[in-house]
Write a protein that binds this ligand. Sequence first.
Ligand code: TMP
Length: 236
Amino acid sequence: MKKTQQLYEGKAKKVYATEDDRYVIVDYKDDATAFNGLKKGSIAGKGVINNRVTNYMMKLLEEKGIPTHFVEEISQRETVVKKVKIIPLEVIVRNIAAGSFSKRFGVPEGQKLLCPTLEYCYKDDALGDPMVNDSHILACGWATKEELDTISSYALKINEIMQEFFLKANILLVDFKLEFGKTADGTIVLADEISPDTCRFWDATTMQKLDKDRFRRDLGGVEDAYQEIFKRLLGE
Ligand code: TMP
C-alpha cells in the first residue's frame, strides 16, 4: 500500500491517506514534545523504536483477544493501520504512583497502588487535556455507556497482559496511556501507540527510568533508555 496525501501531522507522527479509504499510513517521527508542546526536542531513533515496539505490542494484544487498528508494518517507521474515528479520550492506567498522580494526590512516586486505577482525559490541547469522569464523557457525548464499558474493560485487560509481559523483561509497567478508535462499522479498536513515549517503564531491579520521563525531566540517557526497551523486547 502506498501513501497518497498527508492527512495530519501530530507531535510525534504523521498520518497519510492511501489508495484504499479503509486504511491510513502512520509515519513515526523522532520529534519529542512534553508539557503540551512547551518542551520540544528530538530523540534520535525514536520513530523507528516506537513504530516497531507499538506493532509488537499490538500483535501481542490481538493474539490475546484485544481488537486493534494494526494492519501491516511497511518500513522501519511506517505502518498501515485501519482508518478510525478517534474517541477523544486519553485512557490512563496506573499500577504505581508517578507523574501527575503523585503531584495531584500527594502520593509519593514509587508507591505501589492497591489496585490499578483508570483515568480519562479529554483530548484537547487548548484545554490542556483535562481529566474527566464517566458522567462528563456521557454528558458531552464523547462516548456512549456501552463504548465506555468496552474501553474500560479492554484497558484493564491490556494492563494485565502488558504487566505480565514486561515483567518477563525485568520491567515494571508503572503507568501508560491508551487511545481507542471506532471503525466504519462502529467496532471499538485500540489505536495510537504503545511505546516509551506513552508508558512509564522502570527497571525492576534498579528502578531506573527507561521511558520519556528521561526527556521530560532532563535526566540524560534518553536515547539509551529507548534502545534498552527495544533490545529487551525485540532482542535487537
Ligand atoms: P501523567 O502522570 O503525566 O498523567 O502520565 C501518565 C501516563 O500517560 C504516562 O505513562 C505518560 C502518558 N502520557 C502520554 O502518553 N501523553 C501525555 O500527553 C501525557 C501527559 C502522559
